[in-house]
Write a protein that binds this ligand. Structure first.
Ligand SMILES: [Mg+2]
Length: 217
């Protein structure tokens, strides 16, 4: 079904468009921690409701921010291998359904250009590093509305995290799509009082079920 012209699907980046396995593996390598151990403790931190930087504390690393430049140079920015295979096809399908597409997420500023260079195109794309606001702040979702020029009810925000994506986008009056992939998407559980418009396992599934976001009931 063709969607009205003023509706938007705004995508998170990490674990939505991009598989962040290589980012986290790079952190483990630079910090000289076994990858499996590092990622297991990341999962444990998520399960306990802690912020992801708590994983550094687990290893006694308090100065992790000082390692960011080294991690970035080793990582080398997003590469084609980092894209989830369904990301570009799903965005194309959503656009063909008449939707406008955004990519607005918590990421360093340079990721916008890196994604564009990989063929990820959107009507609006901006990262927290360039916006100066980040999730889960309400100001981030205000910026999404400014960038799209849309009414909140005409925006569906697609993210993998309950705390950073689903809860604050619903609080901003948007539709929320919870994508259950990546560590947060698999570990976090939906509180009884939160009602995303749609819960999917992949962007391919989202592309096939997008009518349900604004469906009746
Ligand atoms: Mg994410």
């Amino acid at each position: 079904m063709q969607q009205p012209a003023d509706r938007w699907v705004v995508l998170d980046v990490g674990e939505v468009i991009v598989d962040e396995t290589r980012v986290w593996a790079t952190w483990a390598d630079v910090l000289r921690v076994p990858r499996l151990t590092f990622m297991a403790l990341l999962g444990a931190a998520i399960a306990r409701g802690l912020q992801h930087n708590e994983v550094f504390t687990e290893f006694g690393i308090d100065d992790w921010r000082n390692w960011a430049a080294s991690v970035e140079s080793t990582f080398g920015g997003f590469q084609a291998q980092d894209l989830y295979p369904d990301a570009i096809p799903a965005m194309t399908s959503l656009r063909q359904a008449g939707l406008r597409i955004g990519g607005v997420a918590n990421q360093p500023a340079q990721r916008t250009h890196e994604l564009q260079a990989l063929g990820v195109t959107a009507d609006v794309m901006a990262m927290s590093g360039e916006l100066g606001v980040s999730k889960p702040s309400p100001a981030f979702f205000d910026r999404v509305l400014e960038l799209t020029g849309a009414d909140p009810d005409d925006v569906a925000y697609v993210g993998d995290r309950i705390d950073n994506d689903v809860a604050p986008s619903l609080a901003a009056g948007m539709r929320a799509v919870w994508l259950r992939r990546g560590p947060w998407g698999r570990i976090q559980q939906l509180p009884a009082d939160l009602r995303p418009s749609l819960v999917v396992q992949s962007l391919a599934e989202l592309a096939g079920r997008v009518d349900e976001i604004w469906g009746e009931g």
